[in-house]
Design a binder for this molecule. Structure first.
Ligand SMILES: Cc1cc2nc3c(=O)[nH]c(=O)nc-3n(C[C@H](O)[C@H](O)[C@H](O)COP(=O)(O)O)c2cc1C
Length: 362
């Protein structure tokens, strides 16, 4: 059984979720795509790539402003690295809708050679228009050369997105439905996250029903999927494919530092927390010192990384900056870092190779 996203054929119906900052860059995504699944490059905070080598201006050791934080030059280098590994195999790029310069980063991803663009963290009603205009400009087929995929947590969200995209002559080429056991930012408010109607099982069925009204694009289930039994359960509920994040973060090939991986490997079930984020959604992370000491404080905004934070306003309220903290986490700085993970992170204490995971799951 394979996965078809627009014109792109993926040998196995397994997607590696985009993981920022710096967890799924060229090495991880390239290795996953080479192994016959779909690798996804994360486009947030690319300025941190290769010790900030592609950044024109740093403040201490952090990229300055959104141009440097979500660096075009670094994203292009990350794609080059992935292509060296996977050749022409399909590669996706994950772009959070909430980032500053969203439109510019979508255009950069197309220039960098992304075959598929995946967007979550908000309703990306403008993605189809941006992609169509950019494809026109660079002479690509506006209907199929760049596949577009939203991440949703309800059938209603898919409906709204599909209506907007239809106006630009496109529909989603696939849809990812992400449930409350996933790593990083969540699609529901904190007090609603664990209600039965928000379980992956419930929202998957809801999204499949909405998809049926629009066509036959594949539905990809994500959040807490670990083994073959989880995959079989999702397929029985109507999923065409699955997306995994945490398992791929814990591979030798994942692009984060050894320190980042060790924090996740050492985690027990009780160490996994839901925390507030300046992005405006709750997020799942390991209970490290940053989270244990959260209180409103004055934070200097260096990156201007996301629109809802409004140059540090939300960071001050929540008590940390999302770009600085994820950047520190990726570098393995235990005291100040933010370490995103899925709810099932405690299920392993050793790294694996990407190929072993694909062999186990396929
Ligand atoms: C370290 C980490 C970082 C993540 N960053 C992003 C991100 O930048 N954008 C995004 O759409 N999802 C992000 N996610 C979510 C994953 O892509 C994936 O959908 C989710 O983790 C699936 O659940 P699982 O980890 O239980 O497999 C992140 C997850 C992790 C663990």
């Amino acid at each position: 059984m394979s996965l078809k996203i627009g014109k792109y054929e993926i040998k196995y119906p397994i997607v590696q979720g985009g993981m920022g900052v710096g967890v799924s860059w060229g090495n991880l995504a390239g290795t996953v795509s080479k192994a016959g699944a779909l690798g996804t490059i994360s486009s947030v905070g690319t300025g941190y790539y290769d010790d900030c080598r592609f950044v024109t201006k740093l403040v201490e050791d952090r990229p300055l402003g959104s141009d440097n934080t979500h660096s075009r030059e670094a994203l292009i280098e990350i794609f080059k690295k992935a292509r060296k590994i996977c050749g022409d195999a399909p590669l996706a790029c994950n772009i959070l809708h909430a980032i500053t310069d969203y439109k510019r980063v979508v255009q950069d991803a197309i220039d960098a050679g992304a075959n598929i663009i995946v967007t979550g963290a908000g309703l990306p009603t403008d993605l189809a228009k941006i992609v169509v205009e950019k494809c026109q400009e660079v002479g690509k087929d506006i209907t199929k050369d760049v596949a577009i995929v939203p991440i949703v947590s309800s059938g209603k969200a898919l409906k709204v997105i599909a209506r907007f995209w239809q106006r630009a002559g496109r529909l989603p080429d696939a849809v990812i439905v992400e449930g409350p056991l996933s790593g990083g930012h969540q699609g529901a408010k904190e007090d609603e996250l664990f209600k039965p109607e928000h379980s992956l099982e419930s929202i998957l069925v809801d999204v499949v029903a909405e998809r049926d009204k629009w066509g036959d694009m594949p539905v990809i289930a994500a959040g807490g999927i670990w083994d073959k039994a989880d995959i079989d359960r999702m397929m029985a509920l109507g999923a065409d494919a699955v997306q995994l994040g945490t398992r791929f973060a814990l591979t030798y090939e994942s692009d984060a530092s050894d320190g980042f991986k060790q924090v996740l490997l050492d985690a027990n079930e009780d160490d996994v927390k839901i925390v507030k984020s300046p992005v405006g959604y709750p997020a799942r992370a390991i209970n490290t010192p940053l989270i244990q000491n959260l209180e409103p404080r004055k934070i200097k905004c260096i990156s201007n990384c996301i629109v809802p934070c409004n140059h540090g306003e939300n960071a001050n309220k929540v008590g940390y900056c999302i770009a600085d903290s994820l950047g520190d986490g990726m570098r393995g700085r235990y005291e100040n870092g933010l370490f995103f993970c899925g709810a099932n992170v405690f299920r392993t204490n050793k790294l694996q190779h990407v190929q072993e995971i694909i062999d186990e799951l396929k």
